[in-house]
Design a protein around this ligand. Structure first.
Ligand SMILES: Nc1ncnc2c1ncn2[C@@H]1O[C@H](COP(=O)(O)OP(=O)(O)O)[C@@H](O)[C@H]1O
Ligand SMILES: Nc1ccn([C@H]2C[C@H](O)[C@@H](COP(=O)(O)O)O2)c(=O)n1
Length: 210
């Protein structure tokens, strides 16, 4: 079973995965953010936030590669939980850069052709998408608390745009293909309540049907 954990920036995806990583026979793959912050001594994540028009394609090309690398890793356990996917990289983050006028049309066209080629030619299995549904305000507060250097420039409006794209994709089914059933978990709650909800949904998640 392959399960993707999707949600806005700082919605609690890593915290959720940490919780499930304590269960035996589950492999947890977090997003390769450390690579996005340091590829051969360069920091495409930081560059993208400083100048999205110049560096958006650079970051998103690298995100696409590193997510694909995760997707094609052979499974070592019966269940794999993975933070985000090559799909949300394209449908949410690249889309947001393009729609907000920060990614030039030619960059978006090249990235899109790569993406289409990948999903047509390489199997990317998924059984369930778990969507941690938060308000942008909650993410904004958690983002500030986490205090990642590159993200200090993120305004609330950015999180609102990402939120709207997620909602259109996974809740309203208004934008792009959804490649698996979606389990929505309200995620504005404190940690104790979140862990309780994860426990309540454990079977649904690990059996990967909802
Ligand atoms: N339910 C929660 N209530 C309050 N803070 C939380 C909660 N879940 C996570 N956090 C904190 O919010 C920040 C972002 O969480 P994280 O799991 O890293 O999010 P993501 O992986 O989605 O970006 C971290 O500092 C984390 O400790
Ligand atoms: N395709 C992507 C994926 C992620 N990001 C950014 C957003 C955050 O600043 C960071 C990590 O995300 P988190 O795990 O904290 O939700 O990477 C991006 O720009 N493009």
């Amino acid at each position: 079973k392959q399960i993707w954990i999707e949600g806005n920036i700082a919605s609690g995806k890593t915290t959720c995965l940490e919780y499930f990583s304590k269960t035996s026979d589950i492999e947890v793959l977090t997003e390769p953010v450390s690579k996005w912050r340091n590829v051969q001594g360069c920091n495409p994540l930081g560059l993208m936030y400083q100048d999205p028009s110049r560096w958006g394609l650079t970051l998103q090309t690298y995100v696409q590669l590193t997510m694909l690398d995760r997707h094609v890793l052979p499974m070592s356990t019966p269940v794999r939980m993975m933070e985000r996917s090559i799909y949300s990289a394209k449908y949410i983050f690249a889309e947001n850069l393009y729609k907000s006028g920060k990614m030039p049309e030619v960059d978006f066209a090249v990235l899109s052709e790569w993406f289409e080629w990948i999903i047509k030619n390489i199997a990317i299995p998924v059984d369930l998408i778990v969507y941690l549904q938060t308000s942008p305000q909650t993410c904004y507060e958690r983002l500030k608390q986490r205090c990642r250097e590159e993200e200090k420039v993120i305004p609330l409006e950015y999180l609102e745009s990402i939120h709207n794209l997620y909602e259109d994709w996974l809740i309203h089914h208004k934008s792009f293909e959804v490649p698996a059933p979606v389990l929505v978990i309200p995620a504005d709650h404190d940690l104790k309540k979140m862990l309780h909800q994860y426990e309540e949904n454990r079977e649904k998640i690990l059996m990967a049907h909802c």
